[in-house]
Ligand binder design. Structure first.
Ligand code: GLU
Length: 306
């Protein structure tokens, strides 16, 4: 049965819009803290090319940690299985910027979606490319089919200025010989990756590649093998929601990734990618309304991977 996604999204939007959420907009940097907390948008794109959106779905926001999936994809495409010598694939069960586990595990991050893991991925990209900032952006533009996608330099600079814990993470990893390049160069790439801006429409269409077994829907070009897409989806499922990955899987049942800008993107393999944006976050750093919407979406459509 073909789901009437437009009708479902509009209905869910109105139901969830009025639920008091009690969350808080990310306070870390002024650029995020000043976002209107009432923004709310959703967009669903299918592998057949259909588009459904509602609310503030055309407005750009900071994708933050969601960008970690994109940098991981480029590094995995280039390095293959050798990538896992530098970073693991286990959920961390700890906050995204936790230090103690990293020390205990001698500088090898639990997975590529916590900050330490994403920083190692950026180090790998700095080794692979002469101009990693350019090549990462070119890769993101390619899979999104959108040459307008860009970094936000002010957001990147602001985060770099205030990123004391991330500085601690990279210094700890450097002391454990798991960072090869200059700290400043790696962190510059890391913060730019986090500063990428997309709307829900752009985000859903970018992540369609993971729903389409590694092939760009609009061109048919394969950017990663279907086995690689499967592995990245598995990492999103188990590690994509900070230390709330279990709760998210329990409620939503789709591979996905959230960011502290209030975005969440989730995919149903072979079927669709859906992006939600609502800036108020719960205590674990995930968008309150985003989680609610995805939970009801998979319940209503009966479409989850479980
Ligand atoms: N740029 C953020 C940081 O490094 C990313 C956090 C996130 O979205 O999880 O702290």
């Amino acid at each position: 049965m073909k789901a009437n996604y437009q009708h479902i999204l509009e209905e869910l939007y109105h139901v969830i819009k009025v639920i008091p959420d009690g969350g808080q907009v990310a306070p870390y940097i002024p650029e995020l803290a000043e976002i209107d907390p009432n923004k709310f948008g959703v967009h669903l794109a299918t592998t057949m090319g259909e588009q459904f959106g509602y609310g503030d779905h055309e407005e750009k926001f900071s994708i933050q940690s969601i960008g970690k999936v994109l940098s991981l994809t480029l590094a995995f495409q280039q390095k293959g299985e050798a990538l896992w010598e530098r970073v693991g694939v286990e959920p961390s069960g700890n906050p995204f910027n936790s230090l103690w586990q990293l020390e205990y595990e001698k500088g090898k991050p639990r997975n590529p979606l916590i900050n330490s893991g994403a920083i190692v991925i950026c180090d790998i990209l700095c080794t692979l490319f002469d101009d990693p900032l350019h090549d990462l952006l070119a890769f993101i533009r390619k899979i999104s089919g959108n040459a307008e996608i860009n970094y936000n330099d002010e957001v990147a600079a602001s985060e770099k200025k205030l990123g004391f814990r991330n500085a601690a993470l990279i210094n700890l990893m450097k002391s454990c010989h798991n960072i090869d390049n200059e700290i400043d160069e790696v962190m510059d790439l890391y913060y730019h990756m986090c500063s990428v801006e997309m709307s829900c429409t752009e985000l859903a269409n970018t992540f369609l590649v993971y729903a389409n077994h590694g092939k760009i829907v609009s061109t048919g070009e394969s950017v990663i093998t279907s086995s690689m897409a499967k592995r990245i989806n598995a990492i999103m499922q188990t590690c994509g929601f900070y230390d709330e990955a279990g709760e998210y899987t329990f409620k939503v049942g789709l591979p996905g990734k959230s960011g502290i800008g209030g975005g969440i993107v989730a995919i149903h393999p072979g079927n669709y990618a859906v992006a939600v944006w609502s800036p108020k976050l719960n205590k674990k750093g995930n968008s309150v309304k985003g989680m609610q919407l995805l939970e009801i979406l998979t319940t209503k459509t009966g479409l989850s991977i479980f």
